[in-house]
Ligand binder design. Structure first.
Ligand SMILES: NC(=O)c1ccc[n+]([C@@H]2O[C@H](COP(=O)([O-])OP(=O)(O)OC[C@H]3O[C@@H](n4cnc5c(N)ncnc54)[C@H](OP(=O)(O)O)[C@@H]3O)[C@@H](O)[C@H]2O)c1
Length: 458
């Protein structure tokens, strides 16, 4: 049997063993060829990119794309904000007019890498409405407009991918979306902000002061243009908000859960962590409680040496997933910086080449999970002034230390009390979670506390 077409396209027959080839009729050989060509065409779809932003990540993407010749993607136009800024590449490709990308019908992919969440939303919205696929790294914009973006994708049958928005190069969004589709997740817990992890590493391991560590993070391109987004915990909570949707099908804004940053961590806290052979990390947690509801928060936490997160240094991010059948997985990767972030953007662009889109399976099929503050947290609180702490807020206090100009305690507090107040975020008060902080029931402790009270012991 002579199969001239297949002979010219050996890649189409590489998956077939010889006897299968021998039994191929001309008709089925042609069908195989057609199928192969169709898949090949989808995989090699020409992607004409309109890029918004040429800062740390935008420039990183430009460089990375030019060293990835296998991907059939090219940047046609770049829109930036400031026409007068000196650029490292030819001026002709730049414009300050968003319409040159949004109104260009030959551009089928918009890559949004700007540092202005409001402008980014307008760009992404218009691009999706015009039927273009979009890749974005803008976690603030995505977290703030999650539901609208979901609707825009559905209405316009287009895709919005944002792997780089969560933990930069660490591939977590697609993994949560695809891998944990059937294996039910019990918890996710991790370091999801590279800049604060970098700052904490420099303070705790290299004794840099806060300001010097932040300046270094900014110089290396790890920090957001507005550093308050990082150190105030806003960036990590925007990411947790996105991760909640892909892991548990919960659509929640950062204002729906407890969060704080690292600004109030004091030097004595770091010294105490060292003495206890622990470190301090900004940790995002989402955990299914026994009643099926979900606890979610972003807070600084003391981390023991036997915890995988202890060893995650500098701009690295990491996430532990716990699921019913697979048990634990530990992901680690660079969570900031030009090339690591561009690598995730590149992966999304490549995924568009084979028409990948998020199916948001958990949002549509696991609708029963809701956020809850019905649990307790074991916290360490230090302060320069004890009058800033209302000890009646606590279920019980386990340790209490008064030192000159610095006091600290370890206590258990109901999560709702943290959620509905902000005395613990004020200057001069530092709240850090103890390891294994979540306590689901305190009944036994309450009874024992009451009996001690009745006996006049406390
Ligand atoms: N840096 C990281 O490690 C990292 C990691 C993960 C995700 N991200 C996300 O990636 C995005 C970009 O971050 P970046 O660090 O690359 O920021 P950046 O270095 O500050 O660059 C921002 C770019 O956006 C442009 N821009 C601002 N407003 C614009 C507008 N309205 N229209 C067009 N262009 C506009 C700026 O133009 P000019 O050049 O004219 O000023 C600049 O080129 C942000 O959403 C950030 O959260 C960053």
């Amino acid at each position: 049997m002579h199969l001239p077409i297949l002979n010219r396209h050996p890649e189409l027959i590489s998956g077939l063993v010889p006897h299968q080839l021998f039994h191929l009729s001309k008709k089925s050989a042609f069908a195989t060829l057609q199928l192969g060509v169709k898949n090949k065409t989808m995989a090699n779809k020409q992607l004409n990119i309109g890029l918004f932003g040429f800062g740390v990540v935008g420039k990183g993407l430009y460089d990375v794309l030019h060293t990835t010749p296998t991907l059939q993607a090219s940047i046609k136009k770049i829109v930036i904000k400031n026409a007068d800024k000196k650029r490292s590449i030819a001026a002709e490709i730049f414009s300050t007019d968003a319409a040159v990308i949004l109104n260009d019908e030959s551009i089928n992919v918009v890559v949004e890498l700007i540092d202005d969440a409001d402008a980014a939303f307008e760009i992404v919205k218009t691009a999706l409405q015009k039927g273009k696929s979009v890749v974005s790294a803008n976690k603030k914009m995505i977290a703030e407009h999650f539901e609208e973006l979901l609707q825009l994708q559905q209405e316009n049958k287009t895709a919005l991918l944002y792997e780089a928005a969560c933990c930069a190069s660490m591939p977590i969004v697609r993994n949560l979306e695809e891998y944990y589709d059937n294996d039910l997740l019990k918890s996710i817990r991790g370091i999801i902000n590279g800049s604060t992890n970098f700052i904490l590493t420099k303070i705790l391991e290299e004794q840099l002061d806060f300001k010097a560590a932040l300046t270094l993070a900014q110089q290396l391109g790890f920090a957001e243009s507005n550093p308050k987004l990082d150190i105030g915990g806003f960036d990590a909570s925007n990411k947790l908000s996105i991760l909640l949707a892909h892991s548990f099908g919960v659509i929640a804004k950062p204002t729906d859960f407890i969060f704080n940053g690292i600004e109030n961590i004091a030097l004595p806290d770091a010294i105490l962590a060292k003495e206890k052979k622990q470190t301090i990390k900004l940790v995002a947690t989402a955990k299914k409680l026994a009643n099926g509801e979900l606890a979610a928060f972003v807070l600084p936490q003391f981390v023991n040496q036997n915890d995988n997160l202890y060893h995650v240094q500098n701009e690295f991010n990491a996430l532990t997933t716990e699921s019913t059948f697979a048990d634990e997985h530990f992901f680690k990767g660079k969570g900031a910086g030009a090339f690591p972030t561009a690598s995730a953007v590149l992966s999304d662009i490549s995924a568009l080449g084979y028409n990948y889109k998020y199916e948001y399976k958990k949002i549509y099929h696991q609708t029963d999970t809701v956020l809850s503050n019905e649990y307790y947290l074991k916290v360490f609180i230090s302060t320069d002034d004890l009058s800033k702490i209302n000890k009646d807020e606590f279920e019980w206090i386990e340790e209490w230390h008064n030192e000159f100009k610095h006091s600290w305690l370890v206590a258990v507090i109901h999560a709702e009390k943290l959620f509905s107040s902000d005395w613990w975020k004020q200057e001069g008060v530092s709240l850090i979670l103890c390891p294994d902080a979540i306590i689901e029931t305190v009944e036994y402790k309450k009874i024992s506390k009451r009996s001690l009270e009745l006996a006049g012991v406390v």
